[in-house]
Ligand binder design. Structure first.
Ligand code: 5GP
Length: 117
């Protein structure tokens, strides 16, 4: 876990309620909210409350939290897009990671096809 101060971590500020977000799920382990710039009809970010910089660090430190992220993604997809979804973890700036607090993009519904990859 990194010790970055809260003001440098946008997602910690959203989790703390300091920055507004459209929260769709919250529990002791994760918070899930809609992406501000959605790439599909459903585009939700599932964010562990504890900060790890990326999914590799999360998997090494807390595989049970990673499993919970996947379970919450499934729950969101069940509610919004027929249970089918794409799960994306951008890992590194070169592939588009912009927020270095691990988050799963849950994408589904209209406008998303396999050929987008
Ligand atoms: P990354 O590029 O790091 O994988 O994903 C970061 C995501 O956070 C982007 O899809 C971006 O649209 C989203 N994002 C950036 N700032 C905000 C914000 O203030 N609120 C919300 N809800 N999403 C944000």
């Amino acid at each position: 876990m990194s010790e970055a101060p809260r003001e440098e971590d946008l997602f910690l500020r959203i989790i703390a309620g300091e920055v507004p977000a459209d929260v769709v799920h919250s529990d002791d382990v994760v918070v899930a909210f809609r992406d501000i710039a959605p790439k599909a009809a459903t585009h939700v970010l599932v964010v562990p409350r504890t900060r790890y910089p990326d999914v590799t660090a999360l998997a090494a430190a807390s595989p049970q939290t990673l499993a919970h992220v996947v379970a919450v993604a499934q729950r969101i997809a069940d509610a919004e897009c027929g249970g089918q979804f794409r799960l994306v973890f951008n890992t590194g700036a070169a592939v588009g990671q912009t927020v270095f607090h691990v988050h799963a993009h849950v994408l589904g519904g209209e406008g998303l096809s396999f050929t987008d990859l």
